[in-house]
Design a protein around this ligand. Structure first.
Ligand code: ME8
Length: 514
């Protein structure tokens, strides 16, 4: 059995969960669910990043301990993931005792690697990014290029990691392998590599809320080093070798594009330094904006996953965010586009296909799926050919993390099936059958079998994206959801048992009226 280890970033608890976080997490969930259907041994990880100066400061303002502050935000993240039906296998917190222990072990190994030295740090520091910037990277007035807030001039004695020694190995990893996708991100990193890599400091003297550095407890580990290590501590690095080696290296780290330097340069180099394998892939998707503006708590430009899930249903949220923008590109969210696509793709195209098909099985065959009696016509081929090809085209898109493609392929099969209803006009066949036309009777049975079989395929293949409505759709077809490893069987046409009794149910996706 193949294994599939997928991760999201661990989100900072300095913000409440918003649709930006949800976007990555939904994408990871969908990939995890497909891989489970395919029979892989899946480990899907998400969690929270809770250390650092920023959190220390916010908690002090609120007059609570950092841990108390973290607990309240973590509860909201857990709640968001429950609301969106996220099926993570583990939720890691950097304040977990287990994480802290394993981080200490890793830090000790790193200190012993020969790639760490003491030095003086001077630079511009953004406490929100928890990162240093070169003077030329700053905006005027020493503003952080990401947050557009003040950076602080900082001088302190730190431990440094000799990233520059990994220049050639990283250039090979990034430039010559499929380590980073999509292509645009690879080019960006090659640009960084061409400028020459700088060593970076892995500890902080003035921060207290973090993991103490082994051997020098006046220093805590730099929050980014602490955070990156979640990917190995959560699967047992340092305390459960068997599980660790069962899943490591990760198959894919998902994230948005702003944190690829940490993941594609710092992270593999640190792993190389202690002799561990590097992750197989980093996939960086684009940035979501709303109504043309950056998502921001301060300006109130947020997309609230709880609100959307309440009004549209969690399945619709999951569907829309993956369908609307190419996974990898930046794109803009507007509620009107969401409502439009919801009504068009889900309420109309998919919902109506289900309703009218099931209704026809009830009307013309007393609710029992007919056996296909006829030979295949050209019209049948128009529907059945793409349906046959669906499995391999989905597999190709999933392999490339091309999630929008997955949904486009499913959506075009829905469109094809609706066309098939128009072209074959079962109601005409039913009339002819009533008048004793044997050929029309056979055709009618065949047409409805084909439609039902394609609906079955769609309900199954859509389920990782819409884990509530997919099984509901199948239930209306009289089919139980199938478990892990059912992919090859269920993605084959013709596996619908004639005689199965349909269970017409409610409207799958009620029309949304603003
Ligand atoms: O960076 N569009 O945490 P973070 C798309 N703790 N994705 C978005 C987004 C947007 N507008 N806003 C947020 C951190 N995201 C670190 C990570 S990992 C070892 C440490 C998503 O809370 C996207 O996945 O700032 C992005 O990379 C992540 O949230 C940043 O989360």
């Amino acid at each position: 059995m193949a294994k599939f280890y997928i991760t999201t970033p661990i989100y900072y608890v300095n913000d409440v969960p918003h649709m930006g976080h949800a976007y990555t997490t939904i994408a990871a969930d969908v990939l995890a669910r497909y891989h489970r259907l395919m029979g892989d041994d899946v480990f899907f990880l998400t969690g929270t990043d809770e250390h650092g100066q920023n959190i220390e400061r916010v908690a002090a303002e609120k007059k609570i301990t950092p841990k108390e502050y973290c607990d309240t935000v973590v509860a909201q993240f857990r709640d968001a993931w429950r609301t969106l039906d996220i099926s993570n296998d583990y939720f890691v917190r950097t304040t977990d005792e287990r994480h802290i222990q394993a981080v200490s072990k890793f830090a000790a190994a790193l200190l012993a690697s020969g790639d760490v030295y003491r030095g003086q740090y001077k630079g511009w520091y953004c406490p929100r990014c928890e990162a240093f910037f070169q003077p030329e990277e700053l905006l005027p007035e020493h503003l952080c290029p990401i947050h557009k807030r003040d950076c602080e001039w900082t001088e302190e004695e730190n431990y440094f990691f000799a990233l520059s020694r990994y220049q050639d190995r990283l250039a090979h990893l990034v430039g010559e392998t499929d380590f980073v996708l999509p292509e645009t991100r690879r080019n960006e990193l090659l640009g960084v590599l061409r400028q020459g890599l700088q060593d970076f400091s892995i500890s902080r003297e003035r921060v207290h809320w973090g993991v103490p550095l082994p051997g020098d407890p006046k220093q805590v580990l730099y929050v980014w080093v602490d955070a990156l290590l979640n990917y190995i501590t959560a699967i047992g690095y340092g305390d459960d070798e068997r599980t660790f080696y069962r899943y490591w290296p990760a198959d894919v780290h998902l994230m948005a594009k702003e944190i690829i330097r940490f993941h594609c340069l710092y992270w593999p180099a640190m792993l190389m330094a202690v002799g561990l394998p590097v992750p197989k892939r980093v996939f960086a998707h684009g940035w979501l904006t709303k109504d043309g503006q950056k998502l921001s708590k301060t300006t109130g430009n947020v997309i609230d996953p709880f609100d959307l899930a309440r009004r549209f249903g969690s399945d619709a949220v999951r569907y829309y965010f993956l369908r609307e923008g190419a996974f990898g590109a930046d794109w803009d969210y507007t509620e009107s586009a969401f409502a439009r696509r919801y009504n068009a793709d889900l309420a109309n195209d998919l919902g109506n296909l289900l309703n009218r098909t099931v209704q026809m099985v009830v009307r013309y065959f007393d609710g029992a799926v007919p056996a296909p009696l006829d030979e295949t016509t050209q019209a049948d081929g128009q529907l059945l050919k793409p349906a046959e090809a669906l499995r391999s085209s989905l597999e190709r898109s999933l392999e490339a993390d091309a999630l929008q493609e997955v949904l486009i392929q499913l959506g075009s099969l829905v469109v094809e099936a609706n066309k098939y209803v128009q072209v074959t006009a079962p109601w005409e066949l039913a009339k002819a059958r009533k008048n004793g036309d044997e050929g029309a009777a056979r055709r009618l049975a065949t047409v409805l079998y084909n439609l039902m079989d394609v609906l079955r395929l769609l309900g199954y293949a859509f389920s990782p994206v819409i884990p509530r409505k997919g099984p509901e759709l199948l239930a209306q077809l009289g089919i139980e959801p199938s478990g892990p490893g059912s992919w090859n069987d269920q993605m084959r046409l013709g596996s619908y048992l004639p005689g199965t009794v349909v269970q017409p149910g409610g409207v799958l996706f009620p029309k949304y009226e603003a």
